[in-house]
Design a protein around this ligand. Sequence first.
Ligand code: PEP
Ligand code: MG
Length: 320
Amino acid sequence: DALAAALPMKPESYTADGTRIQIFANINLLSDLKLADEFRAEGVGLYRSEFPFIIRNDFPSEEEQYRVYKRIVESMGQREVTFRALDIGGDKLLSYQDEVEEANPFLGLRGIRFLLRNKDVFTEQLRAMLRAGAGGNSRIMFPLIASVDEFVEAKELVLQCMKELDGRGVEYNRDTKLGIMVELPSAVTLVEDLAHEVDFMSIGTNDLIQYTLAVDRTNEMVSKLYLAHHPAILRAIDRVVSVARSHRKDVSICGDIARDAKMIPFLLGVGIRKLSLSPRQMFEIQQAVEAVSMEKAVYAARQMLELSRISEMEEFLKNT
Ligand code: PEP
Ligand code: MG
């Protein structure tokens, strides 16, 4: 890729005053892996597993899924790979899946809700992910978690799958860490309780903005209201990061806010040390990280968390 060759990405990222920040890749298609490597991703922070499901005419078999997931683990070696379980529903529908039409699909049978309702689909995917992780450094993350109960139920299914694989003598990654996307206001409210249960959390601002501000992320009529820098969003991020850190749980951010260079001081300032974003923006984000000191970042975050108006936030961001 000519773009990657022209951009001299360093293998590790540090702020101007030497704080280590990890930059991971969001992967949608297997073809993104090459780009992730060229931009020296430290791992895969989010693999959106819905793509192999969307391009087929029927649910892919466990074997088919295994082969896709294995390619990711193999390409990353000992680098961490976070597989996200299927996040279908909302605007991502499967042509072969006959569900009744929903009036509000984004408030409907999406993400973990779909998976817990379709346990055969879920456990096939879990087995494929567990097996693909053998010999690697893999994690599984559940999308659209709204309650502790959903995480616990999903974790039970993972343990059940592990038992089954043990029974058949099939190899898998026994150290697979289990985590959640924090992308619903309810998860933000319950973050202390969730932090007790999970191994890690990743903040998904794309949905967190949509659900916190009640702004459909796909509706152009309200796109001006879809704001990552809304005070409610910034305070939610601050809360999640500080609770996760106080519970010593790994926390990262994989929503599009992580590829917005002007938001980097805020994210680092509230304690984010791990970003996951599309490989194409990695170089720009590494530069944004290198340009800011932690002292400045903490100061910026403190100031931004005080602001109550969107207009003040915009003024602040314009002047920094
Ligand atoms: C998010 O919601 O921020 C996210 C990363 O997931 P997706 O964009 O796939 O919904
Ligand atoms: Mg999401």
